[in-house]
Write a protein that binds this ligand. Structure first.
Ligand SMILES: [Zn+2]
Length: 728
């Protein structure tokens, strides 16, 4: 790619310097005197021009003699801007240099002595770093670009931020501290790189996540909210209200964009209106029903939406993009009245979203609201989107064994193309912020409390999104407990969102070198082994059909245990046998993973690794449970004897008990109820087999009595969840 790039349309004669920007990578090339150079020459800060435009000719750049670039206490950090993000950049630089063993430098508005000169333009995340007459100069396209220039410099000197609250420093520390003599320029390939805070547990530790995100050059925090209970996959809106006074100044000091919302569409049409005005609500095929969404063909519905949405936007003015999505359903929640019957789910959603956009731009012309392409609204809409509506595709029902570009995920790629076309099409050379994706690499609910390492999948996906012209990438951070150490997917996502063409293996090497400088190959092996062991679980066809409509009334949770995408109970017995075989083979990979950890000190793991090892270990234990559960299902499919089933059930129960034992040690008390509530699904899946295939009637009664008791134990922790402020 680099070699094919030419400085098209510009003059590359003598004494001019040409920067050529390769559109699919962040690499810029330099021609000087008609010859390609590898690095930018040193330039004085006032000689910099914007380097955003392809092939722009710069003014002559005087070659200057750089000062000695060894940092000493006589240096200072010079910054004239009083912009809070620029001030944050200076503070981060000063602190980072100390962490590297350097001197604590003074901050100054101006200085004649040796200096790190910080400056910035109006806006943008790109930056340039170059030796200057009296030291080293860092210039951001905007204040945030300056902040990223600082982090880039600190990384060049050896710092890394692999997980919130975890700092990796080079070993040994560089003495003395030499500043890099070469000049570089860099900018992100994608304009919006976003971490989604998706549970109160993560909102409680938001300060650490925000700092981590900024240092890894994510520029957006999306607070994913709900007003409904139990709040399993989103933050309570009331919690955000309580925390935002503290968090907004912090977010602004890092230059973070803010997005806000979730499945709030139903909240804009209060269900209490149903008694007086049932015609506002959806027709379910038999009658008007307030259970989900509403009727989008009734003008009165839109009038209420407009009014309620205005109040919502006014109550939360901090966001640039709002997310007001329909109910989180796979089918069966749409209006089928005569006027709506011909409207697809996507069109019903977009008609409502367009009304929200009208209300929003009347308040704030630059704010936007998202249309969620998810489950059965993922097929492209025919309705024209309002200019303030942005696209957000969320392909949760996919295979995570491979990237979106792989044939296995072909149907979802088609859905994405249709949605992008409905929003005016995408240009890979210029990914647009109005086209976004919502991904699940850090989703502790989808991945059952243990997201697997997905380096190649994340890299393939992000390249795919870039090629499709998507410029906003969000990753959902949610789960039933706080992570002891962030899954490596966090680091990989942030890096690849900056540069989707990055090499995932190189990034994993970089991560491992930061975390385990004495044994990086061992840590890489441990993650590679876990990643491969997950393959049989992740390898599945995308789900395209909605499940049958749920029966009315309460369902017996033992007869109908809750299941999710990765439970794979819908496959044929032949596929179940093949999957079991693959899971048996994966035990070898887990053994290799454990052996790699032994090289890192397991079981007497050093304190610095304890949290990361525990996270790896829970993934391995979960896979053991899934394998033994699969064995049980296969035996049921084979009509095995009751004693064989009982033996298999005992094994699977032992694996589940090992997960509970892990949780007793590693899940903080405040998250225990949440964690056990989601783990209960795994127990109920075993109970179903015991109930239907093994137990006699007395034992079945006993099982139900025990589960009822378990639920009562969970309830004290859950009761406070139900007593919350549900006002918008
Ligand atoms: Zn209708």
């Amino acid at each position: 790619m680099v070699d094919q790039t030419e400085p098209g349309g510009t003059r590359a004669g003598d004494d001019v310097i040409v920067l050529a920007h390769c559109p699919l990578s962040r690499i810029r090339l330099l021609w000087r005197h008609g010859q390609r150079c590898d690095d930018l020459p040193p330039m004085l800060p006032d000689q910099w021009l914007s380097v955003q435009n392809t092939g722009r000719v710069l003014r002559d750049c005087a070659i200057i003699d750089p000062v000695e670039l060894t940092l000493s206490p006589s240096w200072c950090i010079a910054l004239q801007s009083d912009h809070p993000v620029a001030q944050r950049a200076a503070e981060e630089l000063r602190a980072g240099l100390v962490q590297l063993g350097g001197p604590e430098l003074a901050l100054a508005a101006a200085s004649d002595g040796p200096q790190l000169n910080l400056s910035h333009g109006l806006a943008g995340d790109g930056f340039v770093r170059a030796p200057a007459a009296n030291g080293l100069a860092l210039r951001g396209d905007g204040p945030r670009g300056l902040l990223y220039a600082v982090y880039d410099l600190l990384e060049t000197l050896g710092l890394r931020w692999p997980s919130p609250g975890v700092l990796a420093t080079p070993t040994p520390l560089p003495q003395p501290l030499w500043l890099p003599p070469s000049a570089i320029s860099d900018h992100p390939a994608l304009p919006v790189r976003s971490l989604v805070l998706g549970h109160d547990l993560f909102l409680a530790e938001a300060e650490a996540w925000i700092a981590w995100a900024a240092r890894n050059r994510l520029n957006t925090i999306f607070v994913h909210t709900t007003i409904h209970e139990p709040a399993l996959g989103a933050c309570r809106l009331a919690t955000w209200r309580a925390r935002r006074e503290q968090l907004l100044p912090l977010l602004r000091s890092y230059g973070m964009r803010i997005e806000l919302g979730g499945h709030h569409l139903r909240d804009l049409l209060p269900r209490r209106f149903f008694r007086r005005k049932p015609e506002l609500f959806r027709y379910d095929g038999q009658q008007r029903n307030p259970d989900h969404n509403f009727c989008v063909s009734n003008p009165q519905t839109h009038a209420i939406l407009r009014q309620m949405a205005t109040a919502f936007f006014q109550a939360y003015p901090e966001a640039e993009v709002y997310h007001v999505w329909p109910d989180d359903l796979r089918g069966h929640g749409w209006c089928q009245c005569a006027a709506c019957a011909s409207l697809s789910p996507a069109d019903q959603v977009l008609m409502a979203t367009n009304t929200l956009a009208e209300a929003l731009v009347a308040l704030r012309p630059t704010a936007q609201v998202s249309f969620l392409a998810y489950h059965d609204s993922a097929y492209g809409p025919k309705v024209q989107p309002h200019p303030a509506v942005v696209l957000l595709v969320a392909p949760r029902l996919r295979s995570y064994a491979v990237g979106l570009d792989a044939p296995a995920n072909g149907p979802l790629a088609e859905q994405l193309s249709a949605c992008v076309a409905a929003f005016g099409g995408g240009n890979p050379n210029s990914p647009q912020a109005k086209l976004g994706s919502f991904e699940y690499y850090l989703d502790g609910i989808l991945f059952k409390s243990a997201p697997p390492p997905l380096p190649e999948v994340i890299a393939s996906d992000l390249r795919y999104y870039q090629q499709a012209g998507l410029g906003s990438l969000h990753v959902l951070l949610t789960g039933d407990r706080p992570f002891l150490h962030a899954p490596p997917n966090a680091y990989l996502f942030a890096r690849l969102a900056w540069e989707p063409q990055g090499d995932p293996q190189q990034l994993l090497n970089d991560y491992a070198s930061a975390r385990a400088p004495h044994h990086p190959p061992s840590l890489i092996s441990a993650y590679r082994a876990l990643s491969q062991a997950w393959q049989p679980v992740l390898n599945r066809e995308p789900v395209l059909e909605a499940p049958p409509a749920p029966a009315h009334g309460l369902r017996d949770p033992i007869t109908h245990p809750p299941t999710d995408l990765l439970d794979l109970l819908d496959i044929t017995s032949r596929d179940a046998e093949l999957r079991l075989e693959a899971l048996h083979k994966a035990t070898l990979q887990l053994e290799q993973g454990y052996a790699a950890w032994e090289e890192l000190g397991a079981p007497n793991i050093p304190a610095a690794f304890a949290a990361e090892y525990a996270e790896w270990e829970v993934g391995a234990k979960l896979l053991t449970y899934i394998r033994l559960r699969q064995q049980l299902y296969v035996l049921v499919g084979r009509n095995a004897s009751r004693s064989a089933l009982r033996e298999a059930l005992t094994e699977a129960q032992r694996a589940l008990d090992a997960l509970y034992a892990w949780a007793d040690t590693h899940v903080p008390k405040r998250a225990q109820a949440n964690h056990r509530l989601l783990r209960a699904a795994l127990q109920l899946q075993l109970d179903q087999i015991a109930d239907q295939r093994i137990h006699n009637p007395f034992a079945r009664l006993g099982l139900r009595a025990r589960r009822a008791k378990d639920l009562v134990k969970l309830l004290p922790g859950m009761v406070p969840l139900a007593i919350v402020d549900c006002r918008l």
